[in-house]
Ligand binder design. Structure first.
Ligand SMILES: [Zn+2]
Length: 198
């Protein structure tokens, strides 16, 4: 994503898209949010009952997302599994890139209706989501450091994608050509050789 939370010395001038400072003694925690998807909540309520948070789904990196939970969550949803993964009311934090990448890692066709996933596929997918997000967090961390330290060039997270934005290129695993389909007005990338309906 394009936003950031950074620790800065107090008095650092605000730049465009800097919306919020939390002053912490000799540091300032600054929110930059160009796309305005972020929010800062000041509340004494329980977070679980806050209107912006109450309807959110399972945290993918928590133990709550295990194979049995994913299987149960998918039963009522006939939408393609790619769209199911991106629905924050079911699972939070799996955006367009990591939905495609997780399904590749799990070997599952993104067009398969969510309620057709087998228990074995749900087990692979739960593992794949966690592994994909953890790898992305590591790559994002290193690209952020590169970005700040060098000339503003891009990090290498992009070059690590298995299928995302690789339409027509050879799959890194089986060499079939990566395909793109549009689902819910978003591009989905997948490998017809590696990703199956069963
Ligand atoms: Zn492949």
């Amino acid at each position: 994503m394009s936003g950031s939370l950074r620790l800065l010395p107090p008095g650092t001038p605000a730049q465009k898209h800097d919306h919020f400072d939390l002053v912490l003694g000799d540091r300032v925690l600054r929110l930059r949010d160009p796309r305005r998807f972020g929010a800062v909540l000041w509340t004494s309520e329980s977070l679980d009952s806050h209107p912006l948070l109450a309807a959110l789904g399972v945290e993918p990196l928590s133990r709550a997302l295990d194979p049995a939970r994913l299987y149960a969550l998918t039963r009522k949803h006939r939408a393609p599994v790619k769209q199911f993964l991106m629905d924050g009311r079911r699972i939070v934090g799996v955006g367009n890139i990591y939905a495609s990448e997780s399904l590749f890692r799990a070997g599952i066709d993104p067009r398969l209706p969510a309620n057709r996933l087998s228990p074995a596929q749900c087990a692979r997918l739960a593992r794949a989501i966690k592994a994909t997000l953890r790898a992305a967090i590591r790559a994002g961390g290193s690209s952020l450091r590169d970005y700040v330290g060098a000339d503003g060039g891009r990090g290498d997270a992009q070059s690590r994608h298995s299928v995302y934005e690789r339409e027509g290129k050879a799959c890194r695993r089986c060499a079939a050509k990566v395909k793109r389909v549009v689902q819910g007005a978003r591009s989905t990338y997948y490998c017809p050789g590696c990703q199956k309906r069963k």
